[in-house]
Design a protein around this ligand. Structure first.
Ligand code: GUN
Length: 282
């Protein structure tokens, strides 16, 4: 499954909708991204988000704060962004420095501007089938699955990983699509056996190549959320949580790493920012 080209289609749709919004209402969606500290991977993500936001015709603001910023100062910035009508989406890049309480920071964001879908109110809305901001990575995975399979009703889905960012919201989304959902994790017994029953397998554990080709049911659809940096023969390489060479022989469809889920995540962030802006117009 080619996330790169599908995400380009999605971004094209978002750009077209932004163009109409600007022409008809004189409003451009705006996304504020906050980065605390200098984590190198986070810096790359934040830069890419800024570039793609502007490419889609939206306003983009980056707020960079030193790692030692007191939490109070971050909360004050979030307060100002909450109050700013030009800002429709607010994203605080994770992880935050150790002295900060990420839950308290996220819950300070106006839920209507929470384009990450991490605020406890959005988590609760997703879990109860109400209109919510949905986390970008699992939303991207769901769009890929529906593009590939159409109706997901009755399919056996196994999600490996139980993070708040991917595993749990992914399970909620699949349940809402009428899948039979199993959430497996590091303490699951007979993980291979659970995986072998999956029509849909979503791997989000963060361990390079952990899911082997012979764990996959023939014809299954495999979504690999992992992005693991490994050293091979002295060269750095990105690999997923699934042993791609093994799995591609068995699976009906599989997302590559890179070029699978990754580009879908940013496309969904743009879509969420557009959604937040449209809802703010009433
Ligand atoms: N860090 C890694 N993934 C994410 C994400 O989806 N959102 C935010 N805010 N930070 C992240």
């Amino acid at each position: 499954m080619d996330g790169k080209s599908f995400s380009a289609v999605l971004r094209g749709r978002v750009s077209a909708a932004v163009g109409r919004l600007v022409a008809e209402r004189g409003v451009a969606p705006g996304l504020a991204v906050v980065l605390v500290g200098e984590d190198p991977a986070s810096q790359v993500y934040v830069r890419n988000k800024g570039i793609q936001t502007r490419d889609a015709g939206m306003n983009s603001w980056e707020h960079r704060l030193p790692a030692e910023t007191p939490q109070q100062d971050l909360l004050a910035l979030i307060g100002r962004l909450n109050a700013d009508p030009a800002v429709h989406g607010i994203l605080v890049q994770l992880p935050l420095p150790g002295h900060m309480d990420a839950g308290a920071v996220i819950d300070a964001i106006d839920p209507a501007k929470d384009v990450d879908g991490f605020h406890v109110l959005n988590v609760g809305r997703l879990g109860t089938g109400q209109k919510a901001m949905v986390p970008c990575t699992p939303l991207g995975c769901l769009l890929l699955l529906k593009e590939q399979l159409g109706d997901l009703s009755g399919l056996d889905a196994v999600v490996v990983g139980r993070s708040n960012i991917v595993g749990k919201p992914m399970a909620q989304l699949l349940l809402a699509e009428n899948c039979t959902v199993t959430v497996a994790h590091s303490r699951t017994r007979d993980l291979a056996e659970h995986c072998r029953r999956a029509d849909i397998l979503v791997a989000a554990v963060g361990r390079a190549g952990m899911i082997r080709g012979d764990w996959i049911k023939p014809g299954a659809t495999v979504i690999d959320v992992g992005i693991n940096r490994i050293e091979e023969e002295g060269r750095a390489r990105l690999v997923g949580d699934v042993d791609f060479e093994g799995a591609v022989q068995v699976a009906g469809a599989i997302t590559p790493v890179p070029g699978g889920v990754g580009p879908m995540t940013i496309a969904c962030l743009l879509a969420n920012t557009l959604t937040a802006c449209c809802r703010a117009q009433g």
